[in-house]
Design a protein around this ligand. Sequence first.
Ligand SMILES: [Cu+2]
Length: 374
Amino acid sequence: MSEVSAWFREKVSRRGLLWGGLAAGGSAIAGTAAGQSVHSGHGAASAAGAVPPPAHLAAHGSMITVGDVDNERNGFDPSRMVTDWETGSVSTLPDGRILRTFEIEAVDKEIEIAPGIMFPAWTYNGRVPGPALRATEGEHLRIVFRNSGSHPHSMHFHGIHAARMDGVPGAGLISPGEEFVYEFDARPFGCHLYHCHALPLKRHIHKGMYGLFVIDPDPVRHVDLADVARSRLLGTPENAEWQEFAMVMNGFDTNFDNENEVYAVNTVAHAYMKRPIRIVRGRPVRIYLANVVEFDPINSFHLHANFFDYFEQGTTLTPTLRTVDLITQVQAQRGILEFTYKDHETGLYMFHPHQSEFTELGWTGMFDVVEAVA
Ligand SMILES: [Cu+2]
């Protein structure tokens, strides 16, 4: 068998496995791509006692999950998570600098990643991805980390810090029941991430131990581009003009065969297809995007009917890519996307990776561009 046909056979069987599993679990993925009509998708939803999908889903003929994930049981809701920044608590050090403290607890938790599909996750503060930590350049950070999970864990930050704060074995990797305090200054500014660095790394990351770590630029340190820096600094009037979203592209290997069966942004398959992210037409949009997908070498983000500027790792105040509608990210790669729909009609605009397989297995969403929020 040629390499190509072997690849195809493997992908098809993976798809078959997911569909079979979903059907057995009382859920289904409905859609045209699998030879099911959108109408029969409605039927499946009714049979499961679910509300029929909104008109926009039928209009797009999308292949998406049927039914709803129990956000309350999960303890997190992708629609809220997308704007939920964890800023910790703030105090002043004797030298006048800001001390920002975060409290993070590792806990084992079963989460629902698609309707009826449970995943035994390891989490930071009970959510996947973990809290989207946000600080300002130059602050002193203190992260109090407690391990209430069943395995050794750590927090390894992508940032600048001492070796003893690195979250690797011997430097902040702690056993269940232990506590460790990471301390370092917030630098460089940018869109970073943190993740567990216990071994086997692949397992600890894909179980759910990752999150965004955003450091806003301090405008005082960037006089030439102070306006840009202020627009990125949470809490300023300039920043309030922007519609900012936290997005972590992730995937889940539900049967432990080193392949993902479900893909998403912020964990729940197709969450933003069912509840599109609302954007006010006249205001600019900024996405803090990171890829943590395990097992697949690359992920991507494609925006429909529009182009954006991209800031690789967010560490510059001028774009590193201008006027693109697609970027790629390997694992741990991240960046900031900036765009606007101000000259567009209102309506539903899709975003998804350009690996079609990922879109069908959960990673696709919509922006609902509106005139104003009611
Ligand atoms: Cu871990």
